[in-house]
Ligand binder design. Structure first.
Ligand SMILES: Cc1cc2nc3c(=O)[nH]c(=O)nc-3n(C[C@H](O)[C@H](O)[C@H](O)COP(=O)(O)OP(=O)(O)OC[C@H]3O[C@@H](n4cnc5c(N)ncnc54)[C@H](O)[C@@H]3O)c2cc1C
Length: 405
């Protein structure tokens, strides 16, 4: 039986796979996208019900299609994001097969042999667009014997899913801070473990943070700040978009904690780093305001001043007198939501294209293996790379590379 041949095979039908397909189509290059579930599956089934995009509709989109039904300053609900990517796929006639999982990719003389759950395909080029969120990561071990419900943020849907009682949310990036806020609004007692983070102002002097990150050149930043390789960004488009303010959470009754440590006999150790983590987020926030002010001055812009943006409430008691351990039963905690991020998983890749830490080894997505590319990863080419706008630009670059070969 002859093996199906295709010039370029794209693995993954999320925003990266759809963008890659659109860019190849624009250059008239034949290709096929394989998606194991459905287009934009992560948005559909791997996040909570109330999720909205973290960036406003004018920004969080591809340049070929906007959201005519949405206020450009609003934040698209997740169902609208799914419809958006489906719309782009229809518009650009993405050749996609859903329900097809790639189980291995191995090098052959003419390119790559791709094994799927529905047979073999040979491709000259392979673009891995399987995303940065492949395997939910839970850093600590709280044994089942602790007797509480534990789930990763990818499994959290809504407050009603959790048993009555207090909730510990571990991790205060976009997912953790939004989930903790939602639980607090639902009347739960919430403990939130806050690690180091960046905390951009959602709006300042009449412009939103996406606009500011653009004019200040942050989206184009090529390298992470030293020592902040894994920094998490606390940002939220929920409820019309609000700057994540941990002091305001505490004022509403949330107990903030430092990073969670080891578990022993019903008690979690808590690091002494809460005040420093809050201060680090403040520094990032204030630096952004300073840079924005300097930009306004340098360009002679008539933007309304906003001195009140620099006024912080006093640190709450949970920051000035932080808990160093948490007795889960005593605190009435009946569930833990681990909003602790994801790991990569390239177990299907039988090509030596990963570094010693198991991360793709590439330059702007181009590997040392002819015809093998990565797309959609954080810092692939710049800070914007994993975001909707950025992945479009990176896909254009890879399509040019493929066209050139
Ligand atoms: C909940 C959520 C909120 C987000 N908010 C924003 C935002 O506000 N602004 C913004 O710009 N970006 C946002 N993003 C984008 C985000 O930052 C990620 O970078 C983005 O999801 C990555 O897209 P991707 O296509 O690279 O990967 P994914 O969305 O993870 O898609 C990868 C796809 O590959 C498929 N796949 C994996 N392995 C295989 C295999 N072996 N065979 C076949 N198929 C496979 C998966 O099923 C999945 O559909 C958000 C994403 C999510 C999920």
């Amino acid at each position: 039986m002859s093996v199906e041949q295709i010039e370029t095979l794209i693995i993954g039908g999320g925003q990266a796979g759809i963008a890659m397909s659109a860019q190849l189509s624009e250059r008239g290059l034949p290709h096929l996208v394989l998606e194991r579930h459905r287009i934009a599956e992560r948005w559909r089934s791997e996040r909570w019900d109330s999720l909205v995009a973290n960036g406003p509709a004018w920004h969080d989109r591809f340049p070929i299609l906007d959201f005519p039904d949405l206020d450009p300053a609003s934040f698209a609900p997740k169902d609208r994001m799914v419809a958006y990517f489906e719309q782009v796929a229809a518009m650009t006639k993405t050749p996609i097969r859903c329900g097809v999982e790639v189980t291995s990719v191995a090098a052959i003389e003419a390119g790559y042999r791709v094994q799927t759950n529905q047979g073999v395909i040979e491709a000259r080029n392979v673009v891995s667009a399987t995303g940065p969120f492949q395997r939910p990561l839970i850093p600590q071990d709280v044994p089942a014997a602790a007797g509480m419900m534990q789930l990763h943020s990818s499994g959290y849907r809504n407050p009603a899913q959790l048993p009555q009682g207090a909730v510990l949310v571990v991790g205060a990036g976009a997912s953790g801070s939004q989930i903790a806020d939602e639980l607090l609004r639902a009347g739960r007692k919430v403990y939130l473990s806050v690690g180091p983070h960046d905390r951009p102002p959602i709006r300042y002097r009449g412009k939103d943070f996406c606009w500011w990150l653009g004019v200040l050149g942050h989206w184009d930043a090529k390298a992470r700040r030293k020592g902040m390789e894994h920094v998490t960004i606390a940002v939220s488009g929920a409820h019309g978009g609000n700057t994540v303010d941990f002091r305001a959470f505490a004022a509403r009754g949330m107990t903030l904690l430092g990073r969670t440590g080891a578990y022993d006999n019903g008690v979690l150790q808590i690091a002494a780093d809460l005040a420093e983590n809050i201060a680090g987020g403040d520094r990032h926030y204030l630096t952004t305001l300073d840079e924005a002010d300097a930009y306004v001055t340098a360009h002679g812009l008539d933007f309304p001043p906003e001195p009140e943006a620099r006024i912080f409430a006093e640190n709450p008691d949970c920051v000035t007198h932080p808990l160093r351990s948490l007795d889960l039963a005593q605190a009435g905690i009946t569930s833990i939501v681990w909003a602790t991020g994801y790991a990569l998983d390239y177990s299907w890749l039988q090509v030596d294209a990963l570094d010693e830490k198991g991360r793709p080894d590439h330059l702007r997505g181009v590997t040392k293996h002819r015809g093998l590319y990565f797309l959609g990863l954080p810092w692939l080419a710049s800070r914007a790379s994993p975001f909707i706008w950025g992945v479009w630009c990176d896909a254009a670059y890879l399509a040019d590379q493929i066209a050139a070969t």
